[in-house]
Design a protein around this ligand. Structure first.
Ligand code: FPP
Length: 239
């Protein structure tokens, strides 16, 4: 329990392959089942005492998918956040979102704001949905905002340190992830939290996201706990 990660980030991958494997004609069924897996991961993480769970739900690159799939994902998103409000409140979980939220359809933005507002007082765990999220785009807007502060005389260039950069990211009020889990067997970070995962442990699981359960979460945490996090030091220094 001592080495329980405080913040877990998940790249939920494999919905399309799951749908194909099951013989469904569209990938949408995979996304629908993915919501159930997300619910299991969220309640499971809250039960284990994880303080922050951040999931990659829709990347800035996902806008390049076929229009019907994008529409279906947005519809699933609106329906799910509305439906899961009860689960979030029952488990004392606050909903948060990061990404270029202004690019989302209006009903999606409204529903997100409503549920974030309705769960704002919950303090057991924070569930963050990364939506229309891309890490390079996040870093670019952070650099622009710092440059504007320099141009207006609010900030001196020499005051731009790591904390200033971290504070200009969408994740300003969160600790960095300790553990990143990617499902489906792919071993990539795909433009997810590039600054924030500098020292995170990466765990790749051979399970398609719709099949993900609390047991897989525990398996990933066990792998994390078996690793030595040296953060640049030697093994001897840690002893
Ligand atoms: C990756 O699988 C998954 C996504 C792009 C979407 C993730 C969305 C959900 C789990 C459900 C909706 C989320 C919320 C927050 C309600 P893929 O489609 O890339 O699968 P593939 O690699 O097998 O094609």
């Amino acid at each position: 329990m001592n080495t329980l990660p405080e913040h877990i980030a998940i790249i939920m991958d494999g919905n399309g392959r799951w749908a194909k494997q099951q013989g469904f004609l569209t990938r949408i069924k995979g996304h629908e089942r993915g919501v159930l897996a997300l619910r299991a991961a969220t309640t499971g993480a809250a039960e284990l005492g994880i303080k922050y769970l951040t999931v990659y739900a829709f990347s800035s690159e996902n806008w390049n998918r076929p229009k019907p799939e994008i529409n279906a994902l947005m519809r699933i998103l609106v329906k799910s956040i509305k439906k899961e409000l009860k689960t979030l409140n029952n488990n004392n979980i606050r909903l948060n979102a990061i990404g270029d939220l202004s690019a989302l359809p209006k009903d999606c933005q409204d529903e997100l704001q409503e549920v974030m507002h309705a769960t704002a007082g919950n303090d057991h765990m924070v569930l963050t949905l990364a939506l229309s999220y891309g890490s390079r785009q996040e870093i670019t807007q952070a650099v622009q905002s710092l440059a504007q502060q320099v141009a207006s005389g609010q900030l001196k260039p020499e005051d731009i340190d790591q904390a200033a950069i971290a504070g200009a990211l969408y994740t300003a009020d969160m600790p960095d992830p300790d553990l990143v889990i990617r499902t489906s067997g792919e071993q990539r970070v795909s433009n997810f939290l590039l600054w924030q995962i500098s020292y995170a442990e990466l765990v790749f699981l051979n399970v398609l996201w719709p099949d993900f359960s609390k047991e897989h979460l525990i398996q990933a945490i066990a792998q994390f706990q078996g690793r030595e996090r040296r953060l640049g030091k030697t093994s001897e220094q840690l002893k």
